[in-house]
Design a protein around this ligand. Structure first.
Ligand SMILES: CC(=O)SCCNC(=O)CCNC(=O)[C@H](O)C(C)(C)COP(=O)(O)OP(=O)(O)OC[C@H]1O[C@@H](n2cnc3c(N)ncnc32)[C@H](O)[C@@H]1OP(=O)(O)O
Length: 408
């Protein structure tokens, strides 16, 4: 790596940096100028939580962080939602991101940090592990049959007209879904935003809520985008599901049946399906679902005892972990984790370690979606005491794969 630019200052952001942050983001992500989009980006940014790199009077880098909570197995934890990471094209590959990241890791008050990576190879070096991959689905609706469900009453409207029902369902379901982010303050405005720059050439954002015996129990948000089908140009469009939330399996099937049944549609696409997406087991021929595996949410453990005691474990666990953490030495060394379904403690210990791993792999396993045994199979976890991997693997798992509703 070329030497670090000597006169670059790395410091926390301030309100005064906002005017330079948004143009830097647009330049780094190659976005066309758009006043509405710039205003949206500006209103999301929390400059006091940012780290900026300044070269003389010029902003050379930005690392943003939203204060939101994340559902984890059996709990909800404050999580730095790291985002808006950009280095000016004139300053790239000189260690600017590395310096901003070191500062963020040292200063962030939360026990964990999460992010979506533009490129999967950027963040493991900073201790981030892949905690939640996801599937993209592009189902050929005319080839896929779903079983009959229990039809509820469906009510269509604009997302804004159904906002109250949508938010209630989301809040009822969120505590049980590891990987979901809270939506405080203006986050619902951002999520339901249907501005021209988001819509592009697609239809308006459409919404449907489902009502069962006990009231509204699910909703879906979607748009329709044009596609090309040389065999039948009239039936070429793709229905793109932006969000689907259901209180029960039956409700989810009912919503999928509705979306797969919309007329004049060739494909239903869903870009953030969990890896245990029920469609995989419901479709009469899953080969037509057009699934592709993608990396999704990356997680960094910032405070080992706080993070490990904040989640629950489906089975009793009592294990000593030896951790390495090159960037945050306070996390390194031996930790005794004792826990189960009702709570957990994590304390320093001098006892010999059963398992040895890097903090990156702890982050990958933290949401219960990446088995410790899979990481050991990759040679990333060392079983120092024979017979300790299998029970720890079971205890770190969870009955539901982590999932995400949105990138941020
Ligand atoms: C959470 C998010 O916001 S994800 C979005 C990330 N941002 C983008 O993709 C926007 C466009 N890209 C950029 O702005 C910049 O290239 C960044 C932010 C990704 C990297 O910033 P830089 O200052 O160039 O990174 P820095 O010089 O600190 O690199 C540190 C190491 O990571 C490597 N690295 C950084 N970015 C990349 C990349 N995109 N691909 C491969 N390696 C990379 C560097 O080669 C270097 O490795 P080395 O230490 O072995 O030499």
């Amino acid at each position: 790596m070329p030497p670090i630019l000597p006169d670059i200052a790395v410091r926390p952001g301030t309100e005064a940096d906002l005017d330079a942050i948004v143009p830097l983001l647009f330049a780094a992500f190659h976005d066309a100028p758009d006043a509405e989009r710039e205003a949206a980006e500006r209103s999301k940014t929390e400059p006091a939580r940012s780290v900026v790199a300044v070269d003389g009077g010029t902003l050379a880098g930005h690392l943003g962080s939203f204060a939101r909570d994340l559902t984890v197995p059996g709990g909800i934890v404050p999580a730095a939602h790291v985002t808006q990471v950009a280095v000016a094209p004139t300053h790239r590959r000189r260690g600017v991101l590395t310096r901003m990241m070191h500062r963020h890791l040292a200063d962030a008050p939360e026990p964990i940090a999460v992010l979506w990576a533009s490129e999967g190879r950027i963040y493991p070096r900073y201790g981030y592990g892949l905690a939640a991959p996801h599937l993209t689905v592009r189902a050929a609706t005319r080839e896929v049959r779903l079983p009959d469900g229990v039809p509820g009453r469906l009510r269509a409207g604009t997302p804004l007209s159904l906002r109250t029902e949508i938010t209630e369902v989301f809040e009822a379901v969120r505590p049980g879904r590891p990987g979901w982010s809270s939506r405080p303050g203006a986050w619902w405005d951002h999520r339901l935003d249907d501005a021209a720059w988001i819509r592009g050439r697609d239809t308006a954002l459409r919404a449907v809520v489902r009502e069962g015996e006990h009231g509204v129990d699910g909703y879906a948000l979607w748009r329709v985008t044009d596609g090309e089908n040389p065999d039948n140009p009239r039936i070429s469009a793709t229905l793109v599901v932006k969000e689907l939330v259901a209180a029960t399996a039956a409700v989810r099937l009912d919503l999928w049946r509705f979306l797969f049944g919309v007329d004049l549609i060739a494909h239903v696409a869903y870009h953030r399906a969990p890896v245990d997406e029920p469609l995989l087991y419901l479709a009469d021929d899953p080969g037509w679902l057009g699934t592709r595996w993608e990396h999704g949410l990356w997680l960094r453990v910032l405070d080992v005892p706080a993070a490990l005691s904040a989640r629950r474990y489906p089975l009793p666990v009592d294990v000593v972990l030896e951790l390495t953490d090159a960037l945050l030495p306070r996390n390194g060394g031996r930790w005794r984790l004792r826990g189960g379904p009702d709570g957990a403690t994590c304390e320093r210990t001098e006892a010999p370690a059963a398992l040895a791993l890097d903090v990156r792999d702890l982050g990958a396993a933290y949401l219960g979606g990446t088995p410790l045994a899979a990481l050991a199979g990759a040679g990333l976890i060392e079983e120092r005491v024979p017979g300790t991997l299998a029970p720890a693997n079971a205890a770190f798992g969870w009955h539901r794969a982590p999932s995400m509703l949105e990138t941020f």
